[in-house]
Design a protein around this ligand. Structure first.
Ligand SMILES: [Zn+2]
Length: 481
């Protein structure tokens, strides 16, 4: 799904996975759903979705998330329009109509969750040095241990905790020979205050180096709150836990930092390189926002009984089209339940944590950059080596879940609310570039009824192209990307 650009092949694999996996899970999932609903009601929640949302201890959580997304939606639509324009050059107008939604199978993974694999097709300035430094890592003889040592060193450079000896002896950092293992990267707290491990089938590439930082973020959190009573050894909310490693990886992957550690040639900061960098960052953050929101919005509504189980799949695709401008590449039936084709839903983990983490990671990022006395645009900040930033982060992490997340957020950022502002600030240069690009020769922004011409465009509008529509775990023991 990451590298093929053959549409027939992609849609075949996309459909087969859902026929062989999610269609089989469907009856179990529906039974599971009624059981967790019963469990929630017996504990005085209105339904299982209510229970999931109550982890955030805010009565208006659902409305808050929808309001937050409204601020982020214009940026998503600009990226969507650019991706559509570029993918149209790959697949043609028949597959991707200029004002239509995107087929779900061309987005770079099995679910269209992370679009980073599309970067080679989307890179705005291909003549710039490649900021995906996989080749350099492989040519330089990197191995998995190097990658974890590099990650650990990023944390310790800020005065944060080093990994214990047991981490190196007891983790599974590579796919073992001769036995089948679960390869979805996870970080584990054994709750004895000293045993923390990662299970990951790491490979030497840049994307995995970022995942290493992500998982080490969970480990750092475990270590920082290890002194607290068991109940408080958790993130201030789930989004906090997911945000820490992403935060480190945002700083690590800046061209400036990559040059410092010898993975990228020294290049002067330029607008072109910045736009490439921001585009790649957007493909693993901005474009995931509606993806993660919809996965839980769909579940919340299903658990509330807003639609029948027979309509559930159709409702899922309605939401996908409304929020993401993404449609199923082949027709679906009542026997399908495509939402459960992903690990997190099939195994009962909420996904709103990845929505809140994306918002939070930019709030944290801005704060740490300020602590590190960063000058210049936010996206060029690298707080590697800043003890001030490290102290601030440690102060927040060591509180675990012992205080309401709003209080913890205030300790760190001075604010009590999740806000989209730092994310929008960070991506402002990309947003302006996308607006100009769209006005110069883009297809307009949005899809179907929501299509709009970009303001400032001088081209006469084209005729609209028609397109076809058609167990909550008791304890969060493991954390995954
Ligand atoms: Zn994670």
């Amino acid at each position: 799904m990451g590298t093929s650009r053959n549409y027939t092949e992609l849609s075949y694999v996309w459909e087969s996975w859902r026929t062989r996996v999610s269609r089989k899970i469907r009856p179990f999932y529906l039974q599971y759903m009624s059981l967790i609903n019963k469990h929630a009601r017996l504990n005085n929640y209105t339904d299982a979705g209510d229970l999931m949302r109550k982890k955030y201890e805010t009565d208006t959580f659902e409305q808050d998330m929808l309001a937050l997304y409204e601020e982020l939606d214009p940026l998503y639509r600009l990226v969507h329009a650019y991706v559509r324009k570029k993918l149209r050059q790959v697949y043609g107008d028949q597959v991707i109509p200029p004002r239509g939604p995107l087929p779900a199978c061309v987005l770079g993974d099995m679910w269209g969750r992370f679009w980073t694999n599309l970067y080679p097709e989307l890179v705005p300035y291909p003549e710039q040095p490649d900021i995906d430094v996989t080749q350099t890592m492989q040519d330089g003889g990197y191995n998995v241990t190097h990658m974890f040592k590099l990650g650990e060193e990023f944390f310790t450079s800020m005065g944060l905790k080093p990994l214990p000896e047991t981490f190196w002896n007891l983790s599974m950092l590579e796919r073992p020979e001769g036995r089948s293992v679960q390869c979805h990267a996870t970080a584990w707290d054994f709750y004895d205050s000293k045993d923390f491990r990662i299970r990951m089938c790491s490979e030497v590439n840049f994307e995995n180096l970022e995942t290493v930082h992500h998982e080490l973020g969970h480990i750092q959190y475990f270590m920082q709150y290890a002194h607290l009573p068991l109940t408080y050894r958790d993130g201030a909310n789930d989004g906090f836990h997911e945000a820490i490693g992403e935060l480190m990886s945002m700083s690590m992957s800046t061209p400036k930092h990559l040059a410092e550690i010898g993975l990228l040639q020294e290049v002067p900061e330029s607008k072109e390189l910045s736009i490439n960098f921001l585009m790649r960052t957007a493909l693993k953050s901005v474009t995931t926002l509606p993806f993660h929101l919809v996965n839980d919005l769909w579940r919340w509504r299903l658990f509330r009984g807003e639609y029948d189980t027979d309509e559930a799949n159709e409702e899922f695709w309605k939401l996908k089209e409304q929020y993401l401008g993404v449609v199923a590449p082949v027709s679906r039936t009542k026997d399908d339940l495509d939402a459960v084709s992903i690990f997190h839903i099939a195994t009962g983990y909420d996904m709103i944590r990845y929505f809140t983490r994306t918002v939070l990671q930019f709030q944290f990022f801005e704060t740490l950059c300020r602590a590190a006395n960063h000058q210049g645009p936010l996206h060029t900040c690298d707080f590697y080596g800043s003890k001030e930033a490290g102290d601030l982060l440690a102060r927040m992490l060591s509180l675990g879940s012992s205080q309401p997340w709003q209080d913890v957020l205030q300790v760190m950022t001075g604010e009590r609310r999740m806000t989209a502002r730092p994310l929008l600030d960070y991506f402002r240069p990309l947003k302006e570039w996308l607006e100009e690009d769209n006005a110069r020769g883009g297809d307009g922004v949005g899809w179907g009824d929501s299509w709009k011409q970009t303001p400032g465009t001088s081209r006469a509008p084209r005729a609209a192209t028609p397109f076809s529509l058609w167990a909550i775990p008791l304890m969060a023991l493991m954390w995954r990307p």
